[in-house]
Design a binder for this molecule. Sequence first.
Ligand code: DGY
Length: 505
Amino acid sequence: MQRRTEENHHRQTNTRPMKKNTSSSAGTIQQIIPHQSRSILSEVEQKAQRILNHNLVLVKHHGKTYCRTVPSKQYYTHQWNWDSATVAMGLVHFHPQAAYDELRALISGQWENGLIAHITYNPDEELYYPQADKWRTQQFWQNGVPTSGITQPPVFAIGVEYVYDHSPDKQAAEAFLEEMLPAIIRFHEHLKTYRDPEDKGLMTIIHSWESGTDNSPRWDSVYAHVDLDKIPQSVKEDVNLHRVDDQIGEVSHRPTRENYYRFMGLIDMYAKWDWDYHKIVARSPFAVKDILFSSIWARANESLARLLKKVGRYEEAALYKEWAKQTKQAIAGTWDAEKKQYTDIDVSQGRKEKIAEPTIATFVPLWAEAVTDTQLPKLIENLTDPKTFWTPYPIPSTAINSPKFEIARYWRGPTWPITNMFIIEGLLRYKDRHPKAEQLAEQLIDSTLEMMIQNDFYEYYDPTHGKGEKFNQKEIKEPTLHFGFADFSWSAAIFISLYERYRKH
Ligand code: DGY
């Protein structure tokens, strides 16, 4: 289904050459934007726009039509929460109305209790597993819109602010904002109530899918407590019979079968508990204070506070600013000085165990400006170490010297454009507080764009840029530079957003 193409001033093809990288004191990163790539940026942007058009699905349901951009028609054929908020940031640059519609569709299934689920299902699509009915959430569906029962990092408010700020028609943007504010507030109140019952600022996730980084080594020690023997046989059989991601995608890139049993075992348990989040948070074998989720939460509350100020609601704005501040302080408090990183905390069933896996999550506090002046140089040292994160195509989702690093497996090594964008924005917040922050952000913008120019819009990429052997990775028979599903919406959207803001003019 093609979106109506709308010409506007963002569609100009005139581009200035990309900034040349100054020689890097940050490690071994190569000169990443070769000259020939610079001239094709606007062409690649048009391709990115075509992908977003191609991935639009118009869903007619209960007398309403929803415009949903699916992450990839190869497999992810519904609407994902944080994908969608990011997709809107790309759409607004060439079709603002489509950005509004995307976020409208995202909130169409918001539960009475405020949850914006991680998946809003397209009722006619059956390809993706687990299908809507597996969640047993029917009693919570609003307007008949089928959803999952968990959430995802709350990029939503940030997406709304971005769309508002980049909308060429201010009147339309204001109407859009009025429409979105109640949904954001209900979502944030929901998260605060159920995911921070202690009121200390760190947010509890109840499934690794809520982290967005589903299969990260961060979750290994937690999943070790999700006893495979206690997962009902019927759940395992369902996975055995119906799981398809490992057939449509490359099996060696996807989460293991055991982990799928755990993913689905948790869903089954929560459905049996009627999606009572107080109970789930208190009793689940998977309850973790997630540093990435919390960082986005803090950043989203800043967005919400600014949005409320725009409409003159100063008192409420002060509350969400306070929430952001509280979370930032709590994030700073998880710092592990020896490992030069922030840590998640496993709080399942009364545990209180630090999780200090070296992953991309540790850099997302930059985006929330949660990093203190003493932590900052150490964190940047970690980021720019060629032995950990500063690879030819940074930033790998797991440090390349970690025994858990896997070059192609989902969130266990590859580089993702989305986390790069968070960290670019984060570094820019620190440009006056660290001498390398701005230069690193510039390099990351270039490398992220280049990664997509060279390898197309895939879900994720080889951080070693084909030099896997050097990094001790023997499992890839033929070097591939991109992985996961093709024509991936948020990669396309991030390309558009980075190009439009940082490299077009
Ligand atoms: C999947 O199925 O891989 C998704 O990431 C879950 O949200």
